[in-house]
Design a protein around this ligand. Structure first.
Ligand SMILES: Cc1cc2nc3c(=O)[nH]c(=O)nc-3n(C[C@H](O)[C@H](O)[C@H](O)COP(=O)(O)O)c2cc1C
Length: 381
């Protein structure tokens, strides 16, 4: 149960950080969807450790194998099993934390819950588990792209105190309403943003000045044996109106659940989010206008969702990630017995998780949207 997500599309992930392998089983995708190992590998490469100087240097190729459910480059409609071997295993890196739970990591709670701990401390709490999510997300995305033309793009919108952008809530025209800007020079347009534009920067913020400042901030914490948090913003375009299952599986509720299930995620907001709480209805309401496929809205402070159901406008949301728990400097804490202890972890860790969280956010968004698409398809009308 706890490792399975979704109702019509069910994704189960498996594997520990320093065990033999990690992966996912995807059940419920229709037959006939074009899907190859290469499609999946493209997204896994964007999540992979060691891809730049500002990520963990764990050396994994993360090569995916499709074990079932695909033949001749197309899905069979049967369960798709995806597996990735753990190549660069070093459980000994975790010797220094054997008796001492890492502050703000999951070592303590896993021990309390299961009575035992995997050799890699966090075990399933490690971001290594998200390999399965990204592989499964690529399959879900192939379905969404083929059947509906859905496009999903995420990017780093802040690192520490450096923000690339905030939603432009006062846009008076529809082109501007989905654009987010830090200032007049740097403007990230959610209508036209591509993964290529995002990946042009190692930090995955497609605004050059902000990207430079963010990268410097990450290098600074690395040098000082510390870490820093940040946010990832995601836009899903061409989502048809009508997706989302009120009242408990509302689209934004499922997106929030999916995002908050990502390791280190601590906050979620959709559309105007928390900023909307400071506004008046007269400023905040998205008035309707006639558009090509029925009604649209002039602005999009709702983030493309009304009453838990997509309204045909782009769905956009933001997820906040805390600073990486495992840091290079000494921390005074307590061991499992409650005695004073000093922790100096060894091993390879991300100084900031958000650049690598980008494809994970996209993948979880794809899994939610594919589940909602299948649920809507199952309705008799
Ligand atoms: C892409 C990514 C990479 C991560 N890398 C690390 C890491 O190198 N070291 C670490 O301590 N935590 C890392 N984390 C976060 C931990 O997995 C997470 O904080 C921990 O399991 C505790 O869970 P919680 O923060 O959700 O409560 C990473 C998370 C993500 C999304």
């Amino acid at each position: 149960m706890s490792s399975t997500f979704g109702t019509c599309l069910r994704v189960t992930t498996f594997g520990e950080s320093h065990g033999d392998s990690v992966g996912a089983v995807v059940d419920g995708l229709p037959a006939g969807i074009p899907l190859t190992e290469d499609n999946i590998q493209t997204q896994l490469n964007r999540r992979r450790p060691g891809q730049s100087a500002i990520t963990t240097q764990r050396g994994e190729s993360d090569s995916v194998r499709i074990l079932s459910g695909v033949e001749g480059g197309h899905t069979l409609g049967t369960p798709i099993a995806l597996v990735v071997a753990n190549g660069d295993r070093r459980p000994s890196d975790y010797d220094s934390i054997k008796g001492i739970p890492r502050p703000s990591h999951a070592d303590y709670t896993y021990k309390v819950k299961y009575g035992v701990c995997a050799s890699s401390g966090g075990g399933r709490a490690s971001a290594r588990e998200t390999v399965g999510r990204v592989a499964a997300g690529a399959a879900a995305e192939a379905f969404l792209r083929e059947r509906f033309g859905v496009e999903i793009v995420a990017f780093v919108s802040s690192v520490g105190g450096i923000s690339a952008s905030t939603p432009m809530l006062d846009g008076a025209d529809s082109a501007a309403s989905n654009a987010i800007s830090q200032n007049s020079i740097e403007c990230i347009d959610l209508n036209t943003l591509t993964r290529g534009m995002v990946d042009a920067y190692p930090v995955r913020c497609p605004a050059s000045e902000s990207a430079k400042a963010m990268e410097a901030a990450i290098l600074d914490v690395m040098e000082n044996g510390d870490s820093v948090g940040g946010t990832v913003t995601c836009v899903c375009r061409n989502v048809p109106a009508g997706w989302g299952e009120p009242v408990f599986q509302k689209l934004e509720a499922m997106l929030a659940m999916a995002m908050l299930s990502i390791p280190a995620a601590k906050g979620f907001e959709i559309g105007s989010g928390f900023a909307g709480a400071a506004m008046r209805g007269s400023e905040h309401n998205d008035v309707f206008v006639k558009k090509q496929n029925g009604l649209g809205t002039l602005t999009n402070r709702s983030g493309g969702v009304l009453g838990g159901i997509s309204n045909g406008e782009p769905v956009y949301f933001k997820t906040a990630f805390k600073p990486t728990a495992t840091i290079g400097s000494h921390q005074t804490t307590a061991d499992y017995e409650g005695n004073d202890a000093v922790l100096k972890p060894t091993g390879r860790h991300d100084p900031c998780v958000v650049p690598r969280a980008v494809p994970i956010v996209e993948s979880m968004a794809a899994i939610v949207l594919a589940d909602m698409a299948l649920a809507q398809n199952a309705r008799m009308r």
